[in-house]
Design a protein around this ligand. Structure first.
Ligand code: URP
Ligand code: ZN
Ligand code: ZN
Length: 485
């Protein structure tokens, strides 16, 4: 008997990429897509996808897994449980953060993070860096060397005492990104405004979780977004503003785009499906479950975010999965106590629900096209962080990371999820789709009912340079950074 032409053939798929939707069989060999077409030859294994949409596996370009925290906080998901949940929700590549502590070398942060990931992940992973201490050694040696080795994106913070950079430091980091073609990601909130408001709220005894939102109004995000844009313009470097939550930041990004600046933007499910009310309408501590930064805004703001997803303002849609148990001394109740909002660990879980929520409410709800869904959840994040075309698309030569969708009604329950967190903020939501099958490099990792574990299946991916833009596309001669001209 002759050897089958393929290890696996997905028959009769309705293939969706960022640009096209077409019917095809997908032939897979050695974990890669090797042929797309009608009536492919037999595979050693076959899956009939008749009547089903098949998209690229998701690339979750903003999630936090096993990130070291100041005690007593501890993340509930590590690379095992976090990538398990990712796979069951249709995500086949994750990019969490190797975070530099102040005083630590970036190299040491990366080495520590590799130890946490090694042999534990079920899907492929890359690392962003978090630069919190941009010393001359970091700027001149470590960062350029790490970029060359495949760590081509780094996040900087404008808030949080242990992470924030001042404007001068931001300029220095942006300049390294510019010189080496890396992607700078910015958490844009004004730290001093937050501190001032927090102290006022505390003095008035307003410390319940819902006051977290009062301490971080849209203005503080707007101001920081505007400043980050100006600093990036000065250096003449593209930037990506992460977890954009509100209409005022959106207005700043629209302004930047209309002036020809390369400002990219990310948003997350919490700004579509949660509102400030989820932090509590009374002083209940239950609202701690939805404490994240920036906080969810008013309900009308959700429409602004939907519009930005539909019209191209947003480049990527990520989970910002930051997993803390609610009922835990390591999570939302530090040391077992119900604490003032300032001490509640920031972040909510969402790595498994990101793709089904957007498919269900966005695509099936008629708010975005299927192709835009693919662009936001897979193709653009792969391009932004130098993983495309190996990741984020369905094409010959790409990894066979695929989701076969099941369009059916379901009620979301935390008991059905695969993360290690004791709640989902989306408990009880009615959805109309969930992955029927997730394939990671040609292996079934989720079959609609069961997860198929193989710790260590996930491999580290060294990233190339971002490919969202042609390099040096704008105003080279006019750049303020070109002082010699
Ligand atoms: O509240 C959030 N988003 N926590 C995660 C850390 C971050 O800033 O993304
Ligand atoms: Zn952030
Ligand atoms: Zn985050």
């Amino acid at each position: 008997m002759s050897t089958p032409a393929f290890d696996l053939v997905i028959r009769n798929a309705l293939v969706a990429t960022a640009s096209d939707t077409f019917g095809a069989d997908i032939g897979i060999r050695a974990g890669r897509i090797v042929q797309l077409g009608a009536a492919l030859a037999a595979g050693a294994r076959e899956i009939d996808a008749a009547g089903r949409v098949v998209t690229p596996g998701g690339v979750d370009a903003h999630c936090h897994l096993d990130q070291p925290m100041a005690p007593p906080a501890r993340m509930a998901d590590d690379f095992d449980s976090g990538t398990r949940a990712a796979a069951c929700g249709g995500t086949t590549t994750v990019i969490p953060f190797a975070a530099q502590e102040k005083g630590q070398s970036l190299r040491a942060a990366v080495a520590d993070y590799h130890r946490r990931a090694e042999g534990r992940a079920h899907v492929d992973y890359a690392f962003h860096l978090i630069v919190s201490d941009p010393t001359p050694q970091v700027l001149q040696q470590e960062l350029p060397a790490l970029i060359a080795e495949g760590y081509t994106s780094f996040k900087i913070y404008m808030t949080y005492d242990d992470l924030k950079l001042d404007d001068g430091q931001m300029l220095e980091v942006f300049d390294v990104a510019r010189q080496h073609g890396a992607m700078a990601m910015v958490h844009a909130e004004n730290a001093d405004c937050i501190e001032w408001l927090t102290k006022k709220l505390e003095a008035a005894g307003r410390t319940a979780p819902r006051f977290h939102a009062h301490s971080r109004p849209m203005l503080v995000e707007r101001e920081a977004t505007q400043r980050a844009i100006a600093l990036a313009e000065l250096v003449d470097v593209p930037i990506l503003i992460v977890h954009v939550s509100g209409r005022e930041a959106v207005e700043q990004i629209r302004w930047a785009r209309s002036h020809g600046l390369n400002v990219f933007a990310e948003t997350c499910p919490q700004y579509l499906f949660l509102s400030a009310e989820d932090l509590g309408i009374d002083n209940s501590y239950m609202g701690a479950r939805c404490v994240c930064s920036p906080p969810p805004r008013d309900k009308r703001n959700q429409e602004v975010i939907w519009r930005g997803l539909a019209d191209g303002l947003f480049t990527v849609f990520s989970s910002d999965h930051a997993p803390f148990n609610f009922d835990s001394p390591e999570g939302k109740k530090p040391g077992g106590e119900e604490v003032a909002f300032r001490h509640i660990p920031n972040g909510i879980p969402g790595i498994e629900t990101r793709m089904p929520l957007l498919y269900s409410e966005g695509v099936l709800g008629g708010r975005i096209t299927l192709n835009r869904f693919v662009e936001l959840t897979a193709t653009n994040p792969a391009k932004a962080y130098g993983l495309h075309p190996r990741k984020g698309t369905i094409a010959v030569g790409a990894d066979a990371d695929l989701v076969i969708w099941d369009e059916r009604e379901l009620t979301l329950r935390n008991t059905q999820l695969h993360h290690n967190v004791d709640y989902t903020p989306y408990e009880g939501m009615q959805l109309n789709a969930w992955p029927a099958i997730t394939l990671a490099r040609g292996e079934v990792v989720w079959d609609g009912r069961d997860f198929h574990p193989r710790q260590g299946r996930g491999r580290f991916l060294a990233c190339g340079l971002p490919s969202l833009l042609p390099r040096r596309s704008r105003n080279d001669k006019e750049s303020h950074a070109n002082l010699a001209d």
